[in-house]
Design a binder for this molecule. Structure first.
Ligand SMILES: C[S@@+](CC[C@H](N)C(=O)[O-])C[C@H]1O[C@@H](n2cnc3c(N)ncnc32)[C@H](O)[C@@H]1O
Length: 326
């Protein structure tokens, strides 16, 4: 089987779909009393590339912490899950997932890899790269939105669903429970969930991780305004907004957004929209929740998941949990 024959990509988010969803999210989000945009719009091709750069910053400790855990425990994870399919939600480059695929290949059980992401360009590259690297592995990519297309994940076999990079933390508490519930609804007995979660820690380290001195995270965050300018005829001047990253000790999440430097009006032509920003007004672009092991176990139990294995990095910064449905 050639690498090309190994790859299939299902696209559930065509251009028209994406455009309609963006129009709706921007039209609604910019008119809220507390302006807000869903984080998925940060990840066009440039945004995905900037996120990849973030993962290599010294200040952004979660990537290396998660890699350390996966490299150390990949074999036991694979043996316990005994999965023939790894489904990776929010795959991005799937860089750390190689540890699991290597262990799955050595174990002999793995036959299929299903990367799922909203970013089609990145997903196609990931799918082809992995087909070349793992001869004989079926790679079935899915371009979709967590909130609409979890039901389109190919079924069959024993599956391990993998959600890394702290992506689960991008959901605020209530929406997170609904997302987990939807995911569990699609699991069959024996399917596993491997979940990467960043842990509560010194706020100064957290703020530095999301506001690096090189400005890569700021560029990533501001990229959402470029997406609106390009796709919807927006007229945002990126220089009139500051990247802001603050720790919210009540919600226990990093709150990321853009603060208007001046009083300004910004038009978005395709939506016939004129948006007022006061000087200092905040547009939230993402939250990144941080977790505590006991409350996370309770949260997973509340949707019917039982944690079989907890794994943390040597510094205790980050946790990966392997869960099974009850
Ligand atoms: C925080 S990054 C993590 C990437 C990678 N898994 C890692 O560990 O480095 C989140 C990933 O989820 C994808 N994503 C974000 N929102 C999504 C959504 N609503 N549906 C599908 N994918 C989404 C992004 O494109 C991005 O690749």
């Amino acid at each position: 089987m050639s690498a090309i024959d190994q790859v299939q990509v299902d696209v559930h988010l065509g251009d028209a779909d994406l455009a309609a969803a963006l129009r709706s999210d921007v039209g609604n989000g910019l008119l809220l009393p507390q302006k807000e945009l869903p984080p998925k719009w940060l990840y066009d091709e440039r945004g995905s590339d900037l996120f990849d750069q973030i993962t290599r910053l010294e200040e952004y400790y979660p990537t290396e912490a998660e890699r350390e855990i996966l490299l150390r425990h990949a074999t036991t994870i694979i043996e316990r899950a005994d999965a023939d399919t790894i489904v990776e939600l929010g795959a991005g480059t799937s860089d750390k997932t190689r540890a699991l695929l290597d262990a799955g290949r050595d174990h002999g059980s793995l036959r299929r890899f299903v990367p799922f992401d909203v970013s089609e360009e990145f997903l196609r590259v990931t799918a082809t790269t992995f087909a070349e690297k793992y001869p004989g592995l079926e790679v079935h990519g899915v371009v979709g939105d967590f909130d609409r297309h979890l039901g389109q994940i190919p079924d069959g076999g024993r599956r391990m669903i993998v959600l890394l990079g702290g992506t689960i933390g991008n959901y605020p508490t209530v929406a997170r429970k609904e997302f987990l519930r939807q995911m569990v609804a699609g699991m069959i007995p024996g399917d596993r969930l491997l979940l990467g979660t960043d842990l509560v820690k010194d706020p100064a380290r957290l703020v530095l991780a999301y506001d690096d001195p090189q400005g890569v995270t700021a560029a990533f965050n501001k990229n959402v305004l470029q997406v609106i300018n390009r796709e919807l005829g927006g007229h945002f001047d990126l220089d009139q907004f500051d990247h802001v990253a603050t720790w919210d000790p009540i919600e226990e999440w990093m709150d990321l957004g853009l603060r208007s430097r001046i009083d300004q009006q910004v038009s978005v032509d395709d939506l016939d929209l004129m948006v007022d920003f006061e000087r200092g007004e905040y547009l939230r672009t993402e939250v990144s929740a941080k977790f505590r092991l006991a409350s996370l176990a309770d949260e997973l139990a509340s949707v019917g998941l039982h944690v079989e294995q907890w794994m943390t990095d040597s510094a205790g910064d980050y946790a990966v949990s392997l869960s099974v449905g009850r």
